[in-house]
Design a protein around this ligand. Structure first.
Ligand code: ADP
Length: 499
């Protein structure tokens, strides 16, 4: 198990997070439960104290009444005897009254003369605080006070038995003998502590099970993700090995499926490019093979009969010259195409499209002088763009040359230019043979020639329009074609006025 691996890191993170999360939830639960139990204990102590106070007061009233019945008469001495008798009756009845009436809690009475030792208590070893401070305060304020002693910190209950402490309520009571006593009610919340202790074990089990479940689930989903990633890696490896027929599974709407889709698109593009390259090499070799075969054939003819027959020799030399020119043209066009592929930089120069159009027309007019074509160019005047003049010149020459090449004797080749918003539109049209509808979608492909032009043996290789389109694209423009067989063709180019 590598510490740097994705799986290990996620595993560690899962453990840390689940321990933190589950720990927080459980500790909070524990605090809520123990806080609630402490509240219950306090309420129980106060309620017990109220019961004890009621009992004590009722008993004081009873013993006072009984003493008055027993000792009648007036005077200070009689009153003293009556009080003493009432106190005696009160003291005698305490055990019966408190032990039989309230079973929970401990009770004790303190005289003001000694607030640290009880005068009477339900327990032999009372757990009430030895310190008399709180009792003195209860007497002074004439109100009940509550003290809590021996409570452990809330957190310690997480690992050791809970200790909620001892609740003591001090209540001032008027004793039958006329003095003021303090009644202590002591409550030890054992039941509440048991409840807190009882939740500790299940909480621990819950924490362990929760963490194990969280880690397990995390590991499962990690396994699933890593499997998908591994599939992608295998696919990437096979691409590296030159295999382009792989297709990654892209089911689902998750991020890995998105990545697989992107990779599939990339593989498709690579495959198309590789196929195009193979096709290009095959087409180029085929185009070169034809003139080479011609030259070899005529060389053989020359060798065999050239010495004897001057006409044959002459014919063969002319044919070899024609084929070698064709080869030279092909290699020039191929170089130009490769250059156009690599040359993606465009210069930004102030240039007049009208002048370039007129120059292209003039060059074609010279080349096709014998065809008697009419060349019509844009009017005098300028149409300025900020773009790459070399590229504009190149596509104009190709399009005007094609127009002249595919237009029969006496036809017209026209270049029109105009401005449209932030673009300049150039239209090169002719009244030539036109392009069949079925060929229109492919004419910008490399080595594509329509059947009509093949049969006329115009000598093209089908590279001109591919180069022209590339040039237009580098200029940031678009090219479209419309054509009607027998009537003519028009290429419309739109390039930005400023790039
Ligand atoms: P080519 O060197 O064969 O002319 P291009 O790439 O320039 O190659 O043209 C591709 C094909 O498109 C040509 O073979 C021809 O069939 C057709 N084409 C191009 N321009 C014209 C045009 N102005 N009129 C008729 N056909 C054309």
């Amino acid at each position: 198990m590598r510490l740097t691996s994705f799986r290990t890191r996620v595993l560690l993170l899962a453990i840390v997070f689940s321990v933190l999360l589950i720990g927080t939830v459980l500790i909070t639960t524990y605090f809520v439960v123990s806080g609630g139990m402490a509240g219950v204990a306090r309420d129980t102590a106060l309620s017990l104290s109220r019961q004890a106070e009621r009992l004590a007061r009722a008993r004081v009233d009873e013993v006072n009444a009984q003493a008055s019945d027993e000792i009648t008469g007036t005077g200070v001495a009689v009153q003293q005897r009556r009080k003493a008798r009432a106190q005696q009756l009160f003291d005698e009845s305490l055990s019966t009254v408190f032990r039989s009436s309230i079973s929970d809690g401990e009770f004790a009475f303190y005289r003001p003369s000694d607030l640290t030792r009880p005068t009477w208590s339900t327990s032999n070893r009372p757990s009430t605080p030895q310190d008399g401070t709180d009792r003195r305060r209860a007497l002074r304020d004439m109100s009940s006070t509550l003290t809590l002693t021996g409570a452990a910190r809330n957190l310690t209950g997480l690992y050791s038995p809970a200790e909620l402490g001892i609740y003591t309520v001090h209540v001032p009571i008027d004793a039958p003998n006329g003095s003021r006593w303090v009644l202590d009610t002591v409550y030890q919340p054992l039941r509440e502590e048991q409840t807190i202790d009882a939740i500790r074990a299940p909480m621990l089990v819950l924490a362990i099970v929760g963490t194990a479940l969280a880690v397990g689930m995390m590991q499962m989903s990690m396994g699933w993700v890593l499997k998908l990633v591994n599939d992608l890696r295998v696919a990437a490896d096979s691409i590296d090995a030159g295999q382009l027929d792989v297709h990654l599974p892209e089911e689902g709407q998750h991020e890995i499926a998105d990545l697989a889709r992107s990779l599939n698109h990339l593989i498709d593009r690579l495959r198309r490019r590789s196929e195009a390259q193979t096709r290009f090499i095959a087409d180029a070799s085929h185009e070169l093979a034809t003139p080479v075969a011609g030259i070899r054939g005529y060389v053989n003819i020359l060798r065999a009969w050239g010495g004897e027959d001057e006409a044959v020799a002459d014919e063969a030399v002319r044919a070899i010259d024609r084929e070698s020119r064709r080869m030279a043209r092909l290699t020039t066009e191929l170089l130009s195409l490769i250059r156009s592929d690599q040359d993606t930089q465009r210069r930004r120069v102030r240039v007049d499209v009208n002048t370039l159009s007129r120059e292209a027309l003039a060059a074609a007019a010279t080349r096709y002088l014998d065809k008697g074509l009419e060349f019509v160019g844009p009017d005098e005047g300028q149409l300025i763009v900020m773009n790459d003049p070399d590229k504009i010149e190149e596509f104009l020459h190709i399009l005007v040359d094609n127009a002249a090449k595919y237009t029969p004797r006496g036809g017209t080749v026209r270049v029109e230019t105009w401005r449209r918003r932030d673009k300049v539109v150039v239209e090169v049209s002719d009244t030539g043979i036109g392009i069949p509808d079925k060929d229109l979608p492919s004419i910008f492909d490399r080595f594509y020639r329509s059947d009509a032009s093949r049969s006329k043996e115009t000598g093209g290789f089908g590279l001109g329009l591919a180069i022209a389109k590339r040039m237009v694209e580098v200029c940031g423009g678009t090219i479209e074609v419309r054509s009607e067989v027998g009537h003519g063709t028009a290429f419309t180019i739109r390039i930005p006025r400023d790039v």
